[in-house]
Design a protein around this ligand. Structure first.
Ligand code: ADP
Ligand code: MG
Length: 401
């Protein structure tokens, strides 16, 4: 789960991370009220969408010369003008892709005079299985570009979770950022607070870009992107209220109601599989046979009729789906029960695309018999390779169903 910048900053502030004061606003009036509560003389009006690159982003409804999604204002009136121009418009950035995202919230925050911008992040490094601190002197830029053009300017420091964050990590970060004296001390403190927040919220990443040195010689977090590990959601009921469903894919939200792991992809073959590993293998073999999966979908261990029906509906609501491959291993759940579920679900959703089903496991023969005698145009497959070949052939040369 990801959250907005203003939510991330409120959260980080509770852990002692230095952030400029600011207030969220859902309307122009709220933006003006927010600005009046801040001292000035510089304000920043920031579009709140779950994507970075807002500063350099473009509003699709405004001309190419219009300002982006992060704007400086020198008066409350100017805040009002920016808010009126930004709210409700679609902001396209390198991270949103060309479709962009509608701006429904703004963040009105104190403007600071920046001396230099740095990059600092904590994330889970899957290679070492440890939290990793990533620090770079090249702040305010897209870190992927820095990694590409000057990888030597990025330092990665891993933390042993058994011993936790140590003073030497703070010194290493300060050195990586080229900071000394009081600023080095501040960097250690900011890092310690971020690390505490990272552990305390079960975050999967905290990215600060930029971490700025102000003209008053203070380190300040000017932008924060925080994501949480969904598997730890149950430990943080208080974080649930930070969720903004308008930022999430509607089909992924629907899938999560049924405990289905669904991720939309670009192809045209819908996949329904039980088990994440089998789902990955199914997608690989579809590609090997020259097809493109339309989604990743794991119905989980207990593929009940309700789940299978919900999964069919979600797959079919994607207009690019031209065929479905069901690949289910009956372990705990027997194949005959799964077959009944597939048949009932196919009837209920009025299936209009070719359907290839591969079942394996307990009671596989009964399962196949149920599919064959259902009267539905279900194409049976014997193994994974066979199933992939059949669905790819169907989608390439579809027969009238
Ligand atoms: P994004 O990364 O989505 O473009 P940022 O919040 O990083 O958005 O803002 C882009 C740039 O705007 C920053 O790199 C910084 O130079 C400037 N900026 C952001 N917040 C402030 C602020 N409070 N005061 C002054 N400048 C800011
Ligand atoms: Mg940024």
């Amino acid at each position: 789960m990801n959250i907005h910048e203003y939510q991330a900053k409120e959260l980080l502030a509770k852990y002692g991370v230095p952030v400029p004061a600011g207030y969220p606003a859902m309307s122009v009036d709220e933006a003006v009220e927010a600005a009046q509560q801040l001292p000035g003389p510089l304000w920043v009006v920031k579009a709140q969408i779950h994507a970075g690159g807002r500063g350099k982003g473009k509003f699709k409804e405004l001309g190419p010369d219009a300002k982006g999604g992060v704007r400086l204002a020198h008066s409350v009136d100017e805040v009002r003008e920016h808010a009126a121009e930004m709210l409700g418009k679609t902001l396209a950035t390198v991270q949103t892709g060309p479709a962009g995202k509608q701006v429904q919230r703004l963040y009105i925050t104190d403007g600071v005079d920046i001396e230099k911008e740095y990059y600092l992040a904590i994330l889970v490094d899957r290679e070492t299985g440890r939290p990793a601190i990533v620090a770079s002197t090249e702040g305010g830029m897209n870190i992927e570009d820095v990694a590409h053009e000057s990888p030597e300017k990025i330092r990665t420091i891993t933390v042993d979770p058994a011993t936790g964050l140590m003073p030497h990590h703070g010194r290493a970060v300060a050195a990586a950022l080229g900071l000394s004296g009081d600023l080095a001390k501040q960097a250690s403190k900011v890092l310690a607070s971020l690390y505490k927040a990272f552990l305390g919220t079960d975050a999967s990443q905290i990215e600060i870009n930029p971490l700025a040195v102000t003209d008053k010689g203070q380190l300040m977090v000017l932008d924060a992107k925080v994501g949480f590990d969904n598997n730890a959601e149950f430990r943080h009921p208080d974080l649930e209220q930070l969720r903004d469903l308008t930022e999430e894919d509607p089909m992924e939200i629907e899938a999560s109601k049924y405990d289905l792991a669904y991720i939309k992809l670009d192809g045209n073959i819908g996949c329904m599989v039980n088990g994440a590993g089998l789902a990955m293998a199914t997608m690989d073999i579809i590609k090997l046979e020259g097809g493109e999966p339309a989604n990743f979908l794991d119905v989980g261990g207990g593929a009940t009729k309700e789940k299978v029906t919900a999964a069919f509906k979600i797959i079919l609501s994607d207009p690019s789906v031209q065929g479905i491959l069901v690949n289910i291993f009956g372990g705990i759940m027997r194949c005959d029960i799964i077959a009944e579920g597939v048949v009932a679900a196919a009837r209920e959703v009025n299936l209009h695309v070719p359907l290839v089903v591969r079942l394996e496991g307990t009671n596989v023969q009964q399962g196949k018999d149920i599919l064959a005698s259902s009267g539905l145009p279900i194409i049976p497959a014997n193994d994974l390779g066979d199933a992939a070949r059949k669905i790819v052939a169907e989608v390439k040369a579809p027969v009238a169903a």
